[in-house]
Design a protein around this ligand. Structure first.
Ligand code: MN
Ligand code: MN
Length: 463
């Protein structure tokens, strides 16, 4: 091919453009509609259990049914299986046999938060507190002096399970962790940011009015009495409870141009919702489409509801068995989009970034060839062939995407569920929405990137 001189730069240089310069006018409305739906989801789904409940409701409305492994399925059939209330797999049966492989998209629905300890309640100097053990990677100083709400499930001695949501509604009380006033913080301010607020110091204020008697721990008694009135729980019931404090901020638009969304738990519910919407929108695909909403990613994907659990293999085995296909044959021909958020380039902190290869707001879905840390350790590293497949697919249908790498070499790092899928002999690549302030109580994404993640996953399902 002979390149004309005046076009040499256009032809030879890789020169990504801002997504808004590449968005057809008629897509703008769809983008806004999609993001309004996402914001509603993010407000409703503050924990993995709530995300599962939301997704099951939406799936049932879209014609999905609980998967019965003894009943034959035909192309276009839609099934789902809930794993212990905390994880979910949905599938739309394709025209081709599972021996040709499935298209899998996997996101996680757990987010960093403050879990209550199993004996959390105590009174100190006539104030009542809840002790916590944080979940996932957090900067502890970000979690003090913000309104918190309580979510979770308590299983009573009787075996009855009670769902608790307190502080989500406008008129419900919230909770908070206090911090020192600057006037008396001379010693605290000399500490490092990781030492200034400690894990054992993250105690949530829950009450201050004493019970009207002369006994001890009168405030704690009054708090327990209120909890007992509302939920029928006693102090002992905290032993078999999963209660968690999450930020009580509402999801909202950010920026005078309303181009961004602020909220708690974008990581990774922004990709989880994109997958969910995409799998609901798929009709009768060529290949069977599988949507995985996993738990426990923030703590390493271990456990029965994490991506390392055999629950996924069990689901796929049941699907494959209906078609008489060995699961390993299906896996080796499958493709998985590990849909997780990426670290967006932050102009306020350029020193940690390698600007050339980091994802930017409004540049579309971020594709990570590899993750990991210290010499790419712990990454599954997608092959050049796989990157080529995704790149070609996205370009063909007009999905705006970009490359994404997490920060400078040796600056830190992280992982996703990708390697656990790849270890199963499934070709897997990471791709997701760039996030600013990741893992903070209030994270930020751009609407454009949210919409492109949905378009990207839909393109993979529809290939
Ligand atoms: Mn994530
Ligand atoms: Mn995360």
């Amino acid at each position: 091919m002979v390149i004309k001189m005046e076009n040499m730069r256009d032809t030879l240089f890789f020169n990504p453009k801002n997504g808004y310069d590449r968005l057809p006018a008629d897509e703008r409305l769809k983008l806004e509609e999609y993001c309004a739906e996402y914001m509603h989801f993010l407000n409703e789904a503050r924990t993995e259990r709530e995300a599962v409940r939301f997704a099951v409701r939406a799936a049932e409305e879209a014609g999905f049914r609980p998967f019965d492994p003894t009943a034959a399925l035909k192309p276009g059939d839609r099934v789902y299986r809930v794993n212990r209330s905390k994880a979910l797999i949905l599938a739309v049966i394709g025209r081709q046999s599972l021996s040709e492989g499935a298209v899998i998209a996997g996101a996680h629905i757990d987010s960093p938060r403050l879990d209550l300890k199993q004996i959390p309640l105590y009174e100190q100097d006539e104030l009542c507190y809840l002790r916590t053990h944080y979940y996932g990677g957090i900067k502890k100083y970000q979690w003090v002096t913000i309104p918190l709400e309580l979510h979770g499930t308590v299983v009573l001695k009787s075996g009855e399970s009670i769902d608790v949501t307190l502080g989500r509604e406008k008129d419900e009380p919230k909770f908070v962790i206090t911090d020192l006033l600057p006037h008396l913080a001379a010693d605290q301010m000399k500490k490092t940011m990781s030492e200034g607020i400690t894990g054992e110091g993250l105690n949530i204020l829950i009450g201050s009015v004493p019970y009207a008697d002369d006994g001890k721990d009168r405030v704690k008694l009054a708090v327990l009495s209120l909890l007992n009135d509302a939920y029928g729980i006693t102090e002992e019931d905290f032993l078999s409870a999963e209660l968690t404090a999450v930020p009580a901020f509402d999801v909202c638009e950010i920026g005078i141009d309303r181009s961004m969304i602020g909220g708690y738990g974008h990581d990774d519910r922004v990709c989880a919702f994109a997958e969910l919407r995409a799998v609901l929108d798929v009709r009768e695909p060529e290949k069977t489409c599988v949507c995985v909403l996993a738990d426990k990613e923030e703590t390493g994907s271990d456990g029965v509801t994490g991506m390392q659990s055999a629950a996924f293999d069990c689901f796929m085995e049941d699907l494959c068995a209906l078609q008489g296909v060995p699961t390993r044959r299906c896996f080796e021909k499958s493709f998985c989009l590990s849909a997780d958020v990426t670290a967006a380039f932050d102009p306020l902190y350029p020193e940690v970034s390698e600007k050339r290869s980091e994802s930017k707001l409004n540049y579309g879905m971020g594709i990570c060839k590899f993750t990991g840390a210290r010499g790419k350790s712990s990454t599954s590293d997608a092959s050049a062939e796989l990157v080529s497949y995704v790149r070609t697919l996205f370009d063909r249908v007009g999905v705006v995407w970009q490359l994404s790498e997490m920060g400078k070499v040796d600056q830190g790092g992280g992982g996703t569920i990708a390697k656990y899928m790849a270890n199963r002999n499934i070709d897997t690549i990471d791709a997701g929405v760039p996030v600013l302030s990741m893992h903070a109580p209030f994270e930020l994404v751009s609407k454009f990137d949210c919409y492109m993640a949905y378009r990207g996953i839909l393109a993979a399902y529809s290939a």
